[in-house]
Design a protein around this ligand. Structure first.
Ligand code: NAP
Length: 329
């Protein structure tokens, strides 16, 4: 799409269920929205912030109403985007890298170096996967260390080899189950003796004959060689204080997510973890009038595709009412 000129009524930043739902509602309300869906860069691939968001990195989504047989995450997002475009949403495949919410209309700068002005903005940038933060982990990113089984699991280096997944939530359960398609064995390393994943996903992964849980343990170091990449992980049993090495050609971190709010550079109120703070928890209003937030970026509690979609709808309605009250729409 060509760069917008003039002042936009509504710019939506993000590319997941919150963003596309917001765009569908806003486009149908004649707000003529622009969605910045993110840039196609290697940096975004590593951070998990490519267009179509986290659902594009998952497999089957079984809990989104309307799909009794389930639907693939990427398909759900692609169909949502098409639905938004059907009503006239304009989509730009760039990141928003900088914002100025101090002056009105707001100014946004994108990764292509363009400047966009907007009366209202919806932040729906989601969250991205955390890593353990070990130096050895960083060294082998792309050489056996990943935070996305769906993106990387089918690579030759992971086929018929033992792999390690770290974490105990739904992501870890999902990643470990998915990796059993390729791996000879999956060690699920968790720092407790019980998964926090939902019961159905926990039962499924623990019933898989290829999965071996490694309880009460933490990864101390990712082991590897220059040419081969990851060859194993050194783990510590946290109760017995004993070290052990697991041979593996890959380690997948599945230890939660951090909201993508760095680009805001403190111009919106966020909590200590970086989530945008909603001024009224029943709505999508933020600390700056005319800026709204929806989805995982503003949701430390539920973080579901369906709750994100619901928040996206609320953000469009909040933006529309606010623009109307200001006489802009
Ligand atoms: P999560 O529920 O926050 O779980 C993170 C896991 O990683 C926890 O088990 C945590 O351990 C562990 N952990 C965190 N930091 C760690 C560290 N530094 N070292 C070792 N372990 C660490 O995150 P999530 O699994 O990504 O799920 C996020 C949300 O998305 C949830 O609401 C989940 O329901 C949803 N989700 C849903 C699906 C689905 O329904 N298909 C799939 C994926 C995610 P502790 O248990 O000790 O805290």
């Amino acid at each position: 799409m060509t760069q917008p000129s003039g002042v936009e009524k509504l710019v939506i930043i993000g590319s997941g269920p919150a963003s596309w739902t917001c765009a569908i509602y806003a486009a149908r309300a004649n707000l003529n929205p622009v969605v910045y869906e993110g840039a196609l860069t290697e940096e975004n691939r590593l951070r998990g912030t490519l267009p179509l968001g986290q659902l594009n990195l998952t497999t089957e989504v079984e809990n989104f109403p309307g799909f009794p047989e389930g639907i693939l995450g990427p398909e759900l997002m692609m169909r949502s985007k098409l639905q938004a475009e059907r009503f006239g949403t304009r989509v730009i495949t760039e990141d928003i890298e900088d914002v100025d919410f101090a002056q009105r209309p707001f100014t946004l700068k994108d990764s292509a170096g363009n400047t966009i002005k907007a009366h209202a903005v919806v932040i729906a940038t989601g969250a991205s996967a955390n890593y353990l933060g070990l130096e050895s982990e960083n060294k082998y990113k792309n050489f056996g260390v990943s935070a996305c089984a769906v993106c990387d699991g089918a690579l030759p280096r992971f086929r018929n080899q033992p792999l390690v997944v770290v974490g105990g939530g739904d992501s870890a359960a999902e990643e470990a189950s998915y990796l059993t398609k390729f791996a000879s064995k999956v060690y699920l390393v968790h720092r407790r003796d019980k998964l926090r994943a939902s019961p159905i996903m926990a039962e499924r992964v623990l019933a898989n004959a290829k999965v071996e849980p490694v309880w009460n343990s933490a990864v101390e170091e990712v082991l590897g060689e220059e040419e081969k990449g990851v060859t194993g992980v050194r783990i510590k049993h946290l109760l017995e204080n004993k070290m052990r090495t697991i041979d593996a050609t890959g380690m997948f971190a599945a230890i939660g997510h951090t909201p993508n709010t760095k680009f805001l550079r403190g111009q919106l109120q966020t909590d200590d973890k970086g989530f945008v703070v909603l001024q009224d928890p029943a709505r999508t209003t933020t600390s700056v009038e005319g800026v709204f937030a929806a989805g995982d970026v503003a949701d430390p509690l539920y973080k579901q595709a369906i709750t994100a979609a619901g928040m996206g709808c609320k953000a469009a309605l909040d933006a529309e009412r606010w623009l109307a009250a200001k006489g802009i729409h």
